[in-house]
Design a binder for this molecule. Structure first.
Ligand code: KE4
Length: 434
């Protein structure tokens, strides 16, 4: 693997300029890292190419959406064709029905759904639907889970909120979050206790069935089943936030992978095929209370727009047609990356945990098994930063935070993976030396 020296570059220039006009020089905090992020010129398959012509094997995949890789020709073709018919109409289209029917066919809990334009909207509206349906105000979320950047859920949130030290964001009125109960993930007793105390006031529990925003954290055996049973018994709406895991773990997401059906699910990322999208849906008895047929209001100018839906539908049809080959291959490669990382860490005598499932994986530099936010936070984030920077110099791009996840796509070749593992092995060792 040749060493790509990071010297004075166009990215540095662009970053200086960007910082003058955008907070931190980015449109989303997770993209900022020191000394400066590279600026991408274009992307193809498993590769990003930056403005200085450097190529990176990409495991961020724009934080998950690009399961078929960058600039997938079939998606591009479909969108190009659609663009000739206009971009949005402000009226219903047949395409949106096909999209909703296709998503519902794949996702076990969906009887009815709404498309919107981001995962943040999806969780915001799903929470409102649960509150409207139950007439209750409280919600339960779990430490380290990230459900987008709206007020209700910016409490002990993961992803960039953790990376930049504001898991409880400023600007969120105390009153707004007084109804947000935060509990440790993977702790059934803590949940039972909360339900004993205030179950009759809890409208919903929302969680990432596999946490992807504190690094990867897997549900302990029986955890999801226990949440399902307790919420069922107490009339609490169970919301699986599958913005990451939806169509990632399996065609039917985590609810298929673990065999647990929530009342509502939120989706995003993959279902937009690289275009802005979100969706929420589930039980008909809840969704049929959404405006204009019911009293729970939700709306959006770009909701279900023909361009995003065309891209999304193209991806979903490919995932359906080649389901076994795609998800089998991604799982095999995910296991290969995780095993390789574990072997390199142990060969180097370095304490590390590697959590992985399907095509999601992440390393934590800690001797403690990572099963919740506290154990994830026990990992050596300074060392992770060195690991990240070292990989960058070797032409491998992973998300620049411990509290994110590495993703695989169908565009990653064996050669990509082998080169990456070699680079990761060196980077793990180097993270100890500097
Ligand atoms: P968006 O509003 O970013 O489309 O989705 C919010 C969201 C909701 N739920 C889960 C489980 C999510 O992971 C996300 C968004 N994920 C982050 C990174 N892990 C997006 C990257 C960013 O913030 O730029």
């Amino acid at each position: 693997m040749t060493q790509q020296k990071i010297k004075e570059t166009r990215s540095k220039e662009l970053f200086e300029r960007a910082k003058k006009i955008m907070p931190g020089g980015v449109n989303s905090p997770v993209r900022a890292f020191s000394p400066y992020p590279f600026f991408t010129a274009r992307a193809e398959g498993s590769k990003l190419i930056d403005v200085d012509g450097r190529t990176y094997i990409d495991y961020c995949l724009s934080y998950g959406p690009l399961i078929l890789g960058h600039a997938n020709p079939v998606i591009i073709e479909a969108v190009k064709e659609k663009l000739n018919e206009g971009t949005m109409y402000g009226t219903p289209t047949e395409l949106e029905i096909e999209f909703a029917e296709t998503v519902a066919k794949a996702v076990p809990c969906i009887e009815m759904m709404r498309a919107i334009s981001s995962g943040t909207e999806a969780t915001m509206h799903a929470i409102r639907a649960a509150r409207g349906h139950t007439g209750r105000d409280k919600i339960v979320k779990f430490e380290g889970c990230y459900h987008g950047a709206h007020d209700y859920v910016l409490v002990k949130a993961g992803s960039g909120a953790s990376t930049f030290g504001s898991p409880d964001s400023l600007g969120v009125p105390r009153d707004t979050v007084k109804n947000t109960v935060v509990l440790p993930y993977n702790d059934v007793e803590a949940f039972e206790e909360a339900v004993r105390k205030e179950g009759s006031e809890i409208a919903a529990v929302i969680l990432e069935p596999v946490v992807g925003n504190a690094g990867v954290i897997l549900p302990e055996k029986g955890y999801l089943q226990a949440l399902r049973k307790i919420t069922e018994k107490n009339g609490i709406v169970l919301i699986f936030d599958e913005v990451i895991t939806g169509f990632r773990l399996a065609l039917g997401g985590a609810q298929e992978y673990y065999g647990v059906k929530p009342d509502l699910v939120t989706l995003g990322k993959i279902i937009g095929g690289g275009f802005p999208i979100g969706a929420y849906g589930g039980k008909r008895e809840i969704m049929s209370k959404i405006s204009p047929v019911g009293p729970i209001y939700q709306a959006g100018t770009l909701s279900g727009n023909p361009v995003s839906v065309t891209a999304g539908l193209t991806v979903l049809n490919i995932l359906m047609e080649k389901r076994l080959e795609i998800y089998g291959g991604l799982e095999k490669n995910g296991n290969k990356m995780a095993k390789g990382l574990r072997d390199y860490a142990s060969d180097a005598g370095i304490e590390a945990q590697v959590n992985n499932v399907a095509s999601m994986f992440q390393i934590f530099f800690t001797g403690t098994p990572v099963k919740d936010y506290a154990s994830a936070k026990s990992s050596d984030t300074k060392r992770f930063t060195k690991y990240h920077r070292n990989l960058l110099q070797k032409g491998v791009f992973i998300p620049p935070s411990q509290f994110e996840t590495c993703f695989l796509s169908t565009a990653h070749t064996d050669e990509d993976l082998n080169r990456t593992l070699e680079a990761m092995g060196t980077a793990i060792k180097a993270s100890e030396e500097e």
